[in-house]
Every structure is written in C-alpha cells, then in structure tokens.
Design a protein around this ligand. Structure first.
Ligand SMILES: CC(C)(COP(=O)(O)OP(=O)(O)OC[C@H]1O[C@@H](n2cnc3c(N)ncnc32)[C@H](O)[C@@H]1OP(=O)(O)O)[C@@H](O)C(=O)NCCC(=O)NCCS
Length: 204
C-alpha cells in the first residue's frame, strides 16, 4: 500500500471507470492530491501483493519486449500495476471515506478489505475518532464489507447520486479507539494477513 501520486492518476482512473457508473470529473484526483489538505489517498500495487491469486496479472516488466519497455519507461510502474485505490478526507477528528475500489478482475480476493483496513489504520494514525461514508443501498458487496468492520447505518441522504437519483446510506464506524472496535479490527487484520501478504502499510 502506498500513497497515491500524480503519476498514478491514469491507472487509478482506469480502475475507477470500471468500478463506478459515474467516475469523478477528469481533474478531481489531481485536485485532491495537489490542493486538498484534508485528502489522503492510497493505491494498492500488484507487486505489493504476495500470495493472492488473481485472474488478471499484468505482464511482468521483465517479460515485455525491449521496445515496449523502452517506450513506456517508468510509466510501466504507474500505468499497469494498480489494482485498487481508496481515499479519505480528515475533517477535524472524523475521517470521511470518499472512495474505495478494486479492479473488477481482482475483486473477491480480500483486496477491498485490505484497502478499507488501511484507511481505518490511517484514520487511527491521523487521530480520527470516527470514520464515515456514503454507500448505495443497492451496493450489497460494499455494505457487507463495511458491516464486517463494524460500520452501521446512520441515516439516508435522499437522491444523493446524481446519475440515477438513488439515495445514499450514511454509515459510521464505531469509535476507533474503543475496545469494541479494536477487538473487531485487530483479529480481522490478522486473518486477512494470513490470506494476503503485503509488503508494507500506509505511509511506508
Ligand atoms: C466494494 C469493493 C471495494 C470490495 O472489494 P473486494 O476486493 O471485491 O472485496 P473483498 O474480497 O475484500 O471482500 C471483503 C468483504 O466484502 C464482502 N463481499 C465481498 N464480495 C462479496 C459478495 N460477492 N457478496 C457479498 N459480500 C461480499 C464480504 O463481507 C467480504 O468479506 P468475506 O470475504 O469475509 O466474506 C469492490 O467490490 C469494488 O471495488 N466495488 C466497486 C466500487 C464500489 O462499489 N466501491 C464502494 C463504494 S461505497
């Protein structure tokens, strides 16, 4: 897991376009990374993963024809290997999760959970007391993931999504420093760690 950079944006947008019916406007990620002091975004790179079996591993750099390697140069790193991303805004002592997505070809392997866990860990490091987010009621997969980490429904924003007018469910985490959350989070992280090996945590 690493902090998102400007060079990551094209690859992030590719994943985003596959995951959301209405991707953010073109310049949003650039704005978030350069101008929004509350914003924190992470990406999950293919090579940070150990034993995850996925269906769409990119061609390793070493196996690319020389001409392709020469042409793409360092862009290979940022264009080809991002399998997921997520972000939040830290607003005083609340972390507002703004986005989380995993490349559809890699979904169902624990990577969404890895991203959410990283955001929760990041929130705790940033001294956030709580985490909140909006989710479509129809998004059963995401809701299951949030509930697994203790999030609960806390209201509805009517016709929140502009593309189809669907309401948003507002969900909140438990207090991130409470024993209840810690007793949920740390064992889940341990279990996930056995399923996935990743090389570092956020900020390293
Ligand atoms: C939501 C999303 C990030 C989950 O990522 P993922 O890598 O597919 O999910 P994981 O494999 O990490 O699964 C973690 C948990 O999510 C839930 N989940 C995952 N797939 C599920 C499915 N098909 N049905 C129900 N729950 C599911 C489960 O609680 C699962 O835990 P479990 O393995 O103990 O059952 C991913 O599906 C995605 O990118 N969706 C499109 C973008 C999106 O909707 N983002 C959320 C916006 S609010």
């Amino acid at each position: 897991m690493s902090a998102m950079t400007i060079a990551d944006i094209p690859a992030v947008r590719k994943v985003e376009q596959q995951c959301f019916p209405t991707p953010w406007p073109r310049d949003s990620f650039r704005h978030e990374l350069t101008s929004n002091k509350m914003a924190h975004y992470v990406v999950l790179r293919q090579e940070a993963l150990g034993n995850v079996t996925t269906t769409a591993a990119p061609l390793p750099k070493s196996r690319m024809p020389d001409i392709v390697r020469k042409f793409l140069g360092d862009k290979i790193h940022s264009q080809q290997n991002i399998v997921g991303f997520a972000g939040l805004w830290l607003m005083v002592d609340e972390a507002h999760i703004t986005t989380i997505a995993v490349d559809p070809a890699h979904q169902g392997n624990g990577l969404g959970e890895l991203l959410l866990g990283s955001l929760l860990e990041l929130s705790r490091n940033l001294k956030a007391r709580l985490c909140t987010l909006e989710v479509r009621p129809s998004n059963a997969v995401a809701r299951e993931l949030y509930v697994k980490y203790g999030f609960y429904d806390h209201g509805v924003r009517k016709q929140y999504y502009s593309d189809d007018g669907e309401d948003a469910l507002v969900m909140w985490s438990p207090e991130l420093n409470d024993e209840y959350f810690k007793s949920l989070f740390f064992p889940l992280r341990l279990i996930l760690g056995h399923r996935i090996k990743w090389t570092n945590s956020v900020g390293n």
